[in-house]
Design a binder for this molecule. Sequence first.
Ligand SMILES: Cc1cc2nc3c(=O)[nH]c(=O)nc-3n(C[C@H](O)[C@H](O)[C@H](O)COP(=O)(O)OP(=O)(O)OC[C@H]3O[C@@H](n4cnc5c(N)ncnc54)[C@H](O)[C@@H]3O)c2cc1C
Ligand code: SF4
Ligand code: SF4
Ligand code: SF4
Length: 432
Amino acid sequence: MSFNIIQTTVLKDQCIGCGTCDAVCPVDVLKMDFNSIGMYEPIESEGCLDKCTLCMDACPFVEENKDEKELAKNIYENEDNILFHKDLGYFVNTYEVHKKDTTERLKSASGGAGHSLLKNLLEQQAVDTILTIESNNDPDKLFKFSHFKEIKELEKIRGSVYYPTEMSEVLDYVIKNDGKYAITTLPCFAKAIRLAQEKNSKLRKRIKFVIGLVCGQMKTKEFTHALAKNAIGTDRLKTVNFRVKQENKSAMNFGFEFTSIDQKKVNRLSNADMPSKLWGSRAFTPNACNSCTDVFAHCADIVLMDAWLPNYMKDYKGHSLVVARTNETSKILKNASDIDVKEIAYEKVFLSQKPVVDNKNAIYYGSKNIFTQLTNKQKLKIQKLSNINYEKNKPEIDLLFNKIRQIQKIYFLVRLPKRVVLKIFRILKGSR
Ligand SMILES: Cc1cc2nc3c(=O)[nH]c(=O)nc-3n(C[C@H](O)[C@H](O)[C@H](O)COP(=O)(O)OP(=O)(O)OC[C@H]3O[C@@H](n4cnc5c(N)ncnc54)[C@H](O)[C@@H]3O)c2cc1C
Ligand code: SF4
Ligand code: SF4
Ligand code: SF4
């Protein structure tokens, strides 16, 4: 038997299902499909070449490969006016962005920086094809990567997709068709593209822009099914909108909207109810995410995120924060006429994601804080039980979730005296 990605990554439960190994395999013996927990992974057929290592060279979870920081150093270190922050990575500037038109802004996940950037890349002919995610009209595979050449087609690709997708077909398309491409990616997908570009000259020359989304975790497709069953009584879906903005609520309090295949059942589930419980508790999170500390997509040319800062969160319409790692992406953003773009201190951008950074680090490296240790222990059990069989293990998952709540209450009480002293100190300082 040949040694390949199946042994190095898939059998170790480290595959995130990006599809890059499938795209770079010269004899096409890998094919992406859903596994038992509802994540994509490569399935191998006969014919793997003895001395080939291409799939392993491109995998973001092969330990011997360069990590995202090393890859980023090679790409951005020599950019003019480049700055560096240990968590944000390399950058030339950081921005707060939102669409000028409110109707347009409401369609996007955050402030609409993503849509604006893709539209302007096409308009300014910086690329001729966008690779991003669209609804798939298949209840078993709700979303897929596709290629888009027309600005008007970009209308249907707004929002954040908390559902597995894979890039094998679009990367194959790039390899077979000359052109200038931009692709939207999660941090681990960006890393896979950069690794593949080191070996594959067509991917290197043709993918001009990698656009990253900040990422705390992915969810298996069972996450969507479990929520849909709860919300509308069926998991036979036409599509889901994971980011429905709710008027006059906090920007964080967005809803999920499920549309069943008969199009009759449409319902909204507030993020303040069940999704956040399942989101924050690590239910349905794939195992590979436990090995990932890249929040800010170090290998992407420009990175988009929510403005999770108190002043911005008050506005339900949404704001995007942006880390531009290249002068070219920074310029495209600043020249876009459909958005308001303001420079913002990079420290604030980091602060907006600090809880995400802390959480990823605590899962990967462990934490010195006993309460975080106890909470994460329960979360990892929830993750495992939900991925084995959510329906069967639901009572145990609920018990674990209550345990997390109790630990958090005790932690709150333990910290209360310190918080009160700090508050009094701040008030006194302010009144002087
Ligand atoms: C799994 C996941 C986890 C995230 N975690 C965080 C977080 O912890 N903190 C945070 O601040 N932000 C997070 N984000 C990013 C955030 O949700 C928004 O996607 C981002 O702020 C862009 O919003 P926008 O309004 O600028 O873009 P929009 O105008 O809505 O455009 C978004 C673009 O991204 C594409 N896209 C959506 N989902 C995916 C995907 N899964 N893979 C590739 N492309 C995609 C869309 O097709 C669209 O082209 C996460 C996103 C995802 C998908
Ligand atoms: S080792 Fe080479 S031939 Fe074998 S699966 Fe990987 S890429 Fe394909
Ligand atoms: S390259 Fe991507 S799909 Fe292939 S094994 Fe690695 S993580 Fe999984
Ligand atoms: S947490 Fe890391 S591994 Fe998981 S989807 Fe996000 S970037 Fe990929």
